[in-house]
Structures are given as structure tokens and as C-alpha cells.
Design a protein around this ligand. Structure first.
Ligand SMILES: [Zn+2]
Ligand SMILES: [Zn+2]
Length: 340
């Protein structure tokens, strides 16, 4: 075989091996590199077509200029609680302890709005939250935030300016890269939780009115997401939630989720409830545990006495810790094929 023939043979073999590029990359962005820490929520998803999604910016990014974010085409927010919308931001990567990272105020706009503004991202969330975040983006950029432009039902990303999805519970937003034939389908699903905004993010007038009663406004229902990637991966992002029956009827039966990113917060779910939700209702191939509200790892290894460990013992699906800055790659069947 001469060099030209060898080159042709190699090119032919490469056409038979597209799988390596067909994984979804999932990278948690937490407070301490390589660990799963108490305040960690933010997660970046990268579709094989290049669409990059930030889910729940939260309090463990250092701001819109956090270099760990990279390109962000769409910003998702499950609900407006401070640990998700980001009323605080991380002082520096690694600041404070894994059990209690050191954070500084991110008012009056929130990390979610700062990032959406800086990245010119599509704001993909339940409508009331989209309006709230959209107004904050307008406060930063000085430009109104309009509904995202669509062609054949999809929005081509990157968008020219920050825009918002016109989606409510059950609605689907499709983010498609210009060169791709298929887009990433992002559907808003139910969560059993609450959705009041932090007082520190409200206008002065609102805050003065509400503060004496220690209550805040509710920005519509809290949510989760089902995200269908172009390689077949269907990720259920639970948001903060207790167990609810739509995990079976909507998430499993309608959408066939094969990966769950589970918020395992102690205020909504204990180990047996998490196991029931995953083993009996959603039944994914794999579960990524996040939002664990404890230091769940040391040197990247699960702490055996942790609450997280007690849940993992009960899970039938393959469990993975959302270790900060460690990229996991998932195939279309919901299995981790690299980085786990
Ligand atoms: Zn919450
Ligand atoms: Zn939370």
C-alpha cells in the first residue's frame, strides 16, 4: 500500500467511526475543583453539534467572566431560589470549605442574568422567570429582551442578542446550531417545590413592601427540564423537587429519559425517596447526583458516611457524582463512556 492508498484507507475507517464525536459532554461547575460540594448546582451541557447550555448558574460561578463557563448559547433556570438564580457568587474558585464555600453578593441582577447578558444567550425558562431575568438583562445591557427568533420552530444559536423563550410548563424550545440538521429540544416539566425570588433581587419598592412580612413574590411554578440531545441522550434535570407522579407519566412514559440529573437536597428528598423516584418512576440508565447540600467527596472520592452515599447504595441506575470541572461524556443510551 502506498501513502495515498493508506491515506484513503484511513479516511474510510474514520467515516466508520463517528461515535467518538457523538457524545454529550457534561461539566459541573462547582466551588472546589474535582469535588462534589454543598453549594454546587451549575452544570454545562455540550451537544455534539456544539450547542452549549448552562443549567442553574447558582452561587458557584465567580460571575459572567468565570473562564470555566466558555461559550453559553442557552441559560436554563429551574426556579428562582437564591442557590439557583444566583443571588450570590463564588468569591474565587476553591474559596471557603467544600461544606460552605465563600460567596459574595451578586445583586441586584443575579449570576443568571449577568451570564445571559454577557454571553448573548437565549433565556430558556418558564415565562414568569424569563420575564424577570429578561428585565435584569435589559438593566445590564440597556436593550429590551425580546422573544427568540425562530425558523421552522427552532432558534438558531448563537443568537445575535439575548432573547427569551416563550415557554411555560410543557413547552419546548429548540436550540439548533446553524450547520446542524437537528436541534436540542428543551422541554419544561413539573417540579414539586416553591419558587419565590430572593428579596435582594427585587426592586427597592417591592422589597420595602414585602420585607416586613418576610415573604417574597412567587415567579410562577418551579420546574425541571427534559433535554433531548441530538445523539439520543434524554436528560431529566429534576430541579429541586419532592417525589411526584409526573416523574413516571411525563418524564419516563412520554419523554423516555435515559439520564437523570438529580437534585438530592435534604429539604425535599431523603435516600429512600430518591431511590423510589429513580428506581420505580424515572428508571434512567444513569443518575448524576448534585445539589447534595453537603461535602460529599474528598479527593474526588465519595465519602462513605455521607448522605449522598446512603442514597447511592439504593440506586439501581449507574450513579455518578457531579464533580466540579470533571467532564463526563454520555452516549445516546444514557451511559457514561468517558470521564467517569
Ligand atoms: Zn429550591
Ligand atoms: Zn436548591
Amino acid at each position: 500500500m502506498n501513502a495515498a492508498q493508506a491515506g484513503a484507507a484511513l479516511a474510510f475507517v474514520l467515516t466508520l467511526l463517528p461515535a467518538a464525536a457523538q457524545n454529550v459532554k457534561i461539566t459541573p461547575i462547582g466551588s472546589h475543583p474535582g469535588e462534589l460540594c454543598a453549594n454546587d448546582r451549575a452544570t454545562i451541557f455540550e451537544d455534539p453539534t456544539g450547542v452549549r447550555i448552562l443549567y442553574d448558574a447558582g452561587q458557584t460561578v465567580t460571575g459572567a467572566d468565570d473562564p470555566r463557563l466558555g461559550t453559553v448559547h442557552a441559560v436554563l433556570l429551574s426556579h428562582a431560589h437564591g442557590d439557583h438564580i444566583g443571588d450570590m457568587k463564588l468569591k474565587a474558585v476553591g474559596a471557603g470549605s467544600c461544606g460552605n464555600s465563600e460567596r459574595v453578593p451578586a445583586g441586584p441582577n443575579s449570576t443568571t442574568a449577568e451570564i445571559a447578558a454577557a454571553k448573548n444567550a437565549a433565556i430558556v425558562m418558564q415565562g414568569d422567570m424569563g420575564s424577570f431575568i429578561g428585565r435584569k438583562v435589559q438593566n445590564i445591557t440597556g436593550k429590551p429582551v425580546n422573544p427568540c427568533p425562530q425558523t421552522d420552530g427552532a432558534t438558531t444559536v448563537p443568537v445575535a442578542a439575548a432573547c427569551r423563550s416563550a415557554t411555560y410548563l410543557g413547552g419546548t424550545f429548540i436550540a439548533k446550531s446553524a450547520s446542524a440538521t437537528k436541534g436540542v429540544e428543551i422541554t419544561i416539566v413539573y417540579a414539586s417545590h416553591s419558587n419565590n425570588a430572593p428579596l435582594s433581587l427585587l426592586s427597592e419598592a417591592h422589597r420595602a413592601l414585602l420585607a416586613p412580612d418576610d415573604i417574597s413574590i412567587v415567579l410562577g411554578p418551579p420546574t425541571g427540564y427534559v433535554v433531548k440531545f441530538t445523539n439520543g441522550l434524554v436528560a431529566y434535570l429534576s430541579g429541586d423537587t419532592g417525589v411526584h407522579s409526573e416523574m413516571q407519566t411525563v418524564v419516563k412514559d412520554l419523554h423516555h429519559a435515559n439520564l437523570a440529573v438529580l437534585n438530592f437536597g435534604s429539604s425535599a428528598m431523603d435516600a429512600s425517596a430518591a431511590a423510589y423516584a429513580m428506581n420505580e418512576l424515572v428508571r434512567p440508565a444513569s443518575v448524576i447526583l448534585t445539589h447534595v447540600n453537603e461535602a460529599a467527596s474528598k479527593d474526588g472520592k465519595l465519602l462513605p458516611a455521607s448522605r449522598t452515599a446512603s442514597a447511592i447504595k439504593l440506586l439501581r441506575a449507574k450513579p455518578h457524582l457531579a464533580l466540579s470541572e470533571r467532564t463526563m461524556e454520555f452516549d445516546g443510551k444514557g451511559m457514561c463512556v468517558a470521564g467517569c
